[in-house]
Design a protein around this ligand. Structure first.
Ligand code: TXA
Ligand code: MG
Length: 305
């Protein structure tokens, strides 16, 4: 049996499969099966108020699940398949179970571009709920080895799609009637999205519109110090735009933000594994995908709850 048929067999049985996507690896289950979704929350140690992203093949499949306003459809047409999630009102009677949406009236939908994810969706024929395949609050996985480290025996099969190309989670845009909010920056520059939606609102500081916006999130074990132009005594250094110093790593020697995003989580995990107690991180420009990198670093550095 090839791996996709084996994965489909497991999904149909309510089991969990690690699915490569272009952003990060997802912990996939049948989005219409509440027992399977409950297993995902348990495997991650994820609070059940934190809804999952539901993966679909395309816009037509998304419209079976949600009432998409015109601007949401225009976004999907422009950026799907790709690293963009759209939150919109659930369609009454749609097949995704309540638990996947944590009981909310809205659902987060994404059509991933990775060919393995697309093959799985096509063969399975139903929506797939998949949060990032890491323990809740920890750094997202960008390789099969990261998934094994975090979730080990809790996942029934890991599909190997190579290292994730983008390396940070999808951009999330939520629609409330005519309002469009940027819930989570991702690899698209904000201006690329706004060219379609008009100006995006940002969630009010302190408001938790997506639970992934919790202040402390995406965190390694080591303490982080941001905007550090050099390491202090006892710190490992994560460089940007220069070579790695001894014992440290560089997100991108040439100062390429796309390369830095792809390396971010693997490097944080590697410095954690090296036993670093504290990691100092070079300043990262805020342009383009830099907004998302800085967002994740801020959360990773926030005081732990
Ligand atoms: O790139 C990605 O989006 C990856 C890959 C696997 O697709 N998935 C991912 O899922 O990052 P997860 O579960 O780790 O993050 C989902 C985020 C959370 O912050 C969650 O709170 C938010 O999406 N979310 C899901 N449904 C929502 C809803 N109905 N309203 C607001 N936020 C929602
Ligand atoms: Mg996550």
């Amino acid at each position: 049996m090839n791996e996709i048929s084996e994965a489909v067999r497991l999904l149909e049985a309510g089991r969990l499969v690690a699915m490569p996507t272009e952003t990060v690896y997802g912990l996939a289950c049948d989005a219409t099966n509440p027992q399977a979704v409950a297993r995902v929350y348990a495997a991650k140690g994820r609070p059940q108020f934190n809804p999952l992203i539901v993966h679909v093949r395309d816009l037509a499949a998304a419209e079976e699940q949600a009432l998409l306003p015109q601007k949401a459809r225009a976004l999907a047409e422009k950026f799907w398949p790709g690293p963009l999630s759209i939150v919109a009102q659930r369609r009454p009677g749609a097949s995704v179970c309540d638990l996947a949406c944590a009981g909310l009236a809205s659902v987060a939908l994404r059509a991933p571009a990775h060919e393995t994810a697309q093959a799985l969706l096509a063969t399975f024929g139903k929506p797939i709920a998949a949060p990032s395949a890491n323990r809740s609050g920890h750094v997202s996985p960008t390789t099969p080895a990261h998934v094994r480290e975090d979730l080990g025996g809790a996942v029934d099969l890991i599909l190997d799609g190579g290292p994730a190309r983008v390396g940070i989670e999808s951009t999330i845009v939520a629609f409330h009637g005519a309002r469009a909010l940027l819930l989570r920056p991702g690899s698209f520059a904000r201006a690329e999205i706004e060219a379609v939606t008009g100006s995006l609102e940002l969630p009010k500081p302190g408001a938790i519109e997506a639970p992934g916006m919790l202040a402390s999130h995406y965190a390694p074990r080591a303490l982080l110090r941001l905007d550090a132009t050099e390491p202090k005594q006892g710190e490992s250094y994560l460089a940007f735009g220069s070579a790695a110093p001894p014992g440290g790593l560089s997100l991108s020697e040439s100062g390429d933000l796309v390369e830095a995003a792809a390396n971010l989580y693997a490097h944080l995990r590697a410095l954690d594994a090296s036993g670093a107690r504290a990691i100092a991180i070079a300043p990262i420009p805020h342009a383009g995908i830099g907004e998302a990198i800085n967002d994740r670093l801020r959360r990773a550095a926030a005081p732990r709850g």
